[in-house]
Design a protein around this ligand. Sequence first.
Ligand code: BGC
Length: 390
Amino acid sequence: MPSFPRDFLWGASTAAHQVEGNNVNSNWWVKEHAAQTHVVEPSGDAMDSYHRYREDMKLLADAGLNSYRFSVEWARIEPERGFVSRAELDHYKRMIDTAREFGLEPVVTLMHFTVPRWMQDSGFWRAADAPDLFARYTEMVLPILDGVRYVCTINEPNIAAMLAGGEDAANLVAYGLPNPDLGVADALLESHRRSREVLSSVNGLKSGWTVATQAFHSTGEPGADEKLYEYGYPRDDWYLEQSAGNDFVGVQAYTRTFIGPEGPRPRASDAEKTLTGWEYFPAALELGVRSAWELSGNVPIMVTENGIATADDSRRVDYTDAALRGLQSAMADGVEVLGYQHWSALDNFEWASGFAPTFGLISVDRETFERTPKPSLAWLGEIARRGSLN
Ligand code: BGC
């Protein structure tokens, strides 16, 4: 089996709100506690990674990984409009330093779905000054980014625009994704550009956003190809095209959805189903990476998320092995890939679905917060050490 490049980043991903716990000043906390919420359970203490990040990182490094993707939380750094918390910036600086101490390249995301309450209340991404606010937030974070090589500005702007679309996105299943709010999509693009401008002042820092590539497939019936374009373009391809000229683009791939002439189809009843209800489809990664490379005009790719929600860890290994083989085949054809960050380091708070879908390489006891690495972590770490698949 050919090897991956020597400097390839092998890591795992998390997002602040999904693992830190008590992100009480964020719009998601408000949503979770609203009377009429569609969120099945609140995030609460989550995995308490706000306090236990050192332990999380040590487990990843001990297993053999060399990078860690995590996000810094806007709702903590700017808890009130215009007020910068130096203490919270110090907290995230400690995280960056700890990652380095363990030999993990930090891949830092600035915004992973959550915003401060005040930002939600003052118009969210629909506010005329949203891009100014995001650029200013980026400036606030700048002092702790010295030496950081990879920054993801906005996580999955395509999913964020769909969540803002107004329909009930109780579960982000690929089938029947809500209509994107195109005004929000434009605001996210402008915010991303403004943020990249700010980040360009840091020597050696590469920035990009991350896109949920969705491997939409036409059923081949008359009219299905047209529908595929109409449905898929504003949910996926547009964001990849807009990544042209960026330092890298993050690809996040999980499953596929068939599109018939009438629109998206539910998962076929005989297809293997994961705990999110999605089809088990590891080829999603290769398809996502190839389309990102092509549509962006050959921007280098970082796989910033890929994984499976399953209670059967051996299925996680099968899925990841097949996904990595697909990735390797794209790389053999010349696609430049900087690294692979598995989703997720830990079992975590899966947004509206709560804690039930387990994506982690590490399980967490929700009462004691005790971490238990799963066999898949050692398996991935071994590949990372060796730099090649079995
Ligand atoms: C998001 C993660 C999420 C994962 C699995 C991606 O859409 O970036 O926050 O947990 O998919 O559902």
